[in-house]
Design a protein around this ligand. Sequence first.
Ligand SMILES: C[S@@+](CC[C@H](N)C(=O)[O-])C[C@H]1O[C@@H](n2cnc3c(N)ncnc32)[C@H](O)[C@@H]1O
Ligand SMILES: Nc1nc2[nH]cc(C(=O)O)c2c(=O)[nH]1
Ligand code: SF4
Ligand SMILES: [Mg+2]
Length: 249
Amino acid sequence: MGVLTLATVNPGEAEIFASLQGEGPSMGRPSTFVRLSRCNLACRWCDTAYTWRFTGDNRPHRDDLAFERSANQLVLDEGEVASRIVALSPDRLVITGGEPLLQGAALARMVAAVRQARPDFHVEIETNGSVAPHAALDALVDQYNVSPKLAHSGNPAELALIPERLSAWAAEPRAYFKFVVATPADVEEVAVLQKAYAIPGERLFVMPEGTDSATLRDRSKWLSDAALSAGWRFTDRLHIHLYGDTRGT
Ligand SMILES: C[S@@+](CC[C@H](N)C(=O)[O-])C[C@H]1O[C@@H](n2cnc3c(N)ncnc32)[C@H](O)[C@@H]1O
Ligand SMILES: Nc1nc2[nH]cc(C(=O)O)c2c(=O)[nH]1
Ligand code: SF4
Ligand SMILES: [Mg+2]
């Protein structure tokens, strides 16, 4: 066994919690969440920038000293993470971050330990879609919620939209796309990507950008219409309405 690097709710307290899945195809399902630390991208509007912005600037920080000193992350044994997950009651696991696929091999061992204790566990991964899943992890995953980042995220397309990865996710029946949309111009970008990669409408969600109910409601008005006319699915962000933009919910 090795270690995983997790985000924290409070200093010293790993971000492992039970909540309703707030987004995407499993919205409303009771789930246990584990939030890992670090990301390879740097979205302008990231709602969990504390998982990767360790020195106050807006670039993913690869400075190991800054990372180790951050009160926002905690290194835990994989078996310990698995024990804390199985101690909570939901029979579904959502692995998020940060970008969880950066810790693929360790995650595979952690998920295997969860399955050993609770063979019925459903496992979904929230990913930005730019990192290939580790093969041992991929064998244990039921669902990927893939959120490729559009131009408004501020990430260079060559880092965020990797053609080989997008083709692979489009061909993967376990993968649901979940595009974050802030303006009608973003809708056009989604349409271009759908066409380029032949993403089935059944596996394509659009979700409003926002970390408060008023913003989500405003954007939902035109975004739900756009989804209806394009044949896409729409997802709200249930957790924001229920709990606000709060860590560990
Ligand atoms: C924090 S990310 C972690 C997983 C992975 N890094 C990713 O981006 O998919 C979890 C989800 O929240 C979404 N998200 C982050 N900030 C958001 C915001 N301000 N408004 C709407 N969705 C947001 C991401 O697009 C992703 O679908
Ligand atoms: N309740 C709840 N649902 C979520 N779905 C995806 C989340 C994430 O941050 O990846 C998330 C989250 O942070 N909370
Ligand atoms: S890819 Fe995900 S975790 Fe990384 S900056 Fe973007 S929204 Fe945040
Ligand atoms: Mg979230």
